[in-house]
Design a protein around this ligand. Structure first.
Ligand code: 5GP
Length: 206
């Protein structure tokens, strides 16, 4: 075989990766690190009715919307999936994902468990990764340290985290976010391994 890895990758279809895990498990930090290492991959920016947190940039972190705008987009089936999370709506715009995958670009989603189940039903080839914090106590510490939620929201996010743990059973991969570096390496290894699967490279065997 004389082809380079780059030219082999160019002939492969794009893959859809879903990263879920309780709020505060470190998904966005891990994804930022992964995307820095995979500049050709695309991060899907979700729509949400939640207000921006300090430092969040519209269009980069989320498309921030009113409920009316969100429902309008949902009505024209603009979302691949959508779900409510602790009082706010979140949804994945479908068109940018379909367009990227068709061009062979890998797409990464940071979405909660109900949305992940909807995507997996529509696109069973999607690769699902569940990110665990080392423990529930550490998760609560991280949420409090972040300082962006009221006490009521922290209690709601912790309740939701306990429910989400049970759904981890339905994921393809589990990653523990003990140290950021290790978790990032594991996610990168999953992405690489998925591209090496026989069904991704069958076209190389003539
Ligand atoms: P946060 O408010 O902390 O940014 O996000 C709350 C939860 O919503 C997180 O678990 C995050 O992964 C999830 N989330 C973000 N965007 C989407 C989306 O488009 N769809 C779904 N179903 N969940 C999302």
């Amino acid at each position: 075989m004389t082809q380079s890895i780059m030219s082999i990758r160019k002939q492969e279809a794009g893959k859809l990766y879903i990263l879920s895990g309780p709020s505060g498990s470190g998904k966005s930090t891990i994804l930022k690190g992964v995307l820095a290492r995979l500049p050709e991959a695309h991060f899907s920016v979700s729509a949400t009715t939640r207000g921006p947190r300090h430092g969040e940039v519209p269009g980069r972190d989320y498309h921030f919307m009113t409920k009316e705008e969100f429902y309008e987009l949902a009505g024209v089936s603009g979302f691949l999936e959508s779900a409510q999370y602790v009082g706010n709506w979140y949804g994945t715009p479908a068109a940018p994902i379909r367009e990227r995958l068709a061009r062979g670009v890998d797409v990464l989603l940071d979405i909660e468990v109900q949305g992940a189940a909807q995507v997996k039903e529509r696109m069973p080839e999607a690769v699902t990764i569940f990110l665990f914090p080392p423990s529930l106590a550490i998760l609560e510490q991280r949420l409090r340290r972040r300082g962006t939620d009221t006490e009521e929201k922290i209690v709601a996010r912790m309740k939701r985290a306990r429910e989400e743990y049970a759904r981890a059973l339905f994921y393809d991969y589990l990653v523990i976010n003990d140290t950021r570096e290790d978790a990032m390496e594991e996610v990168l290894a999953i992405i690489k391994a998925e591209h090496c699967k026989l069904e991704s490279r069958r076209h190389l065997i003539t």
